[in-house]
Design a protein around this ligand. Sequence first.
Ligand code: ADP
Ligand code: MG
Length: 159
Amino acid sequence: MRRAAGDAAPWNREERTESEQETERFGERLAAAVGPGDVVYLVGRLGAGKTALARGLARGLGASAGQVASPSFAILHEYAAPSGGIVLRHLDLYRLKDEEKELAILGLPGAVSDAPVAVEWPGQAIGKLLPPTIEVRIEVLGDAARKIGLVRRRGSARR
Ligand SMILES: Nc1ncnc2c1ncn2[C@@H]1O[C@H](COP(=O)(O)OP(=O)(O)O)[C@@H](O)[C@H]1O
Ligand SMILES: [Mg+2]
């Protein structure tokens, strides 16, 4: 991974990763710039590495290894620290048919206001309920090469 040492979050520029593990580590380092008020949108096509990045982010925020699992079928996955406290919520909206209705069932945004949220496949409904404070765009360059861009959306923090 090409990156200047000591640079916690490469805002507004792009970084290349060459493996799933490197993308996870990118997420892990991003944790240093993420707080409870942050909503991180993960954008990129199926298989880009959004879930891998979220897994790394959860780890960087202190999730215990045993609970860092892929939310294959769940819409909402919660990553907890060994103490049991939620360190990250991961919303995967890929399978939602009626987004607004299903998001209402999840009790957004009130039910998720105490920890950072990562959102995969954000659509219009979530955009109103939980606007992004950080956007991560992952572009597939090849079999294992990815280009990751980070944008900080100032002024849209939940509090
Ligand atoms: N540089 C990379 N970063 C992330 N994933 C990669 C990379 N290279 C190959 N992969 C593979 O791409 C897939 C990404 O899966 P996943 O994180 O579930 O994607 P998404 O959530 O975007 O659909 C995994 O099978 C992973 O091994
Ligand atoms: Mg995914």
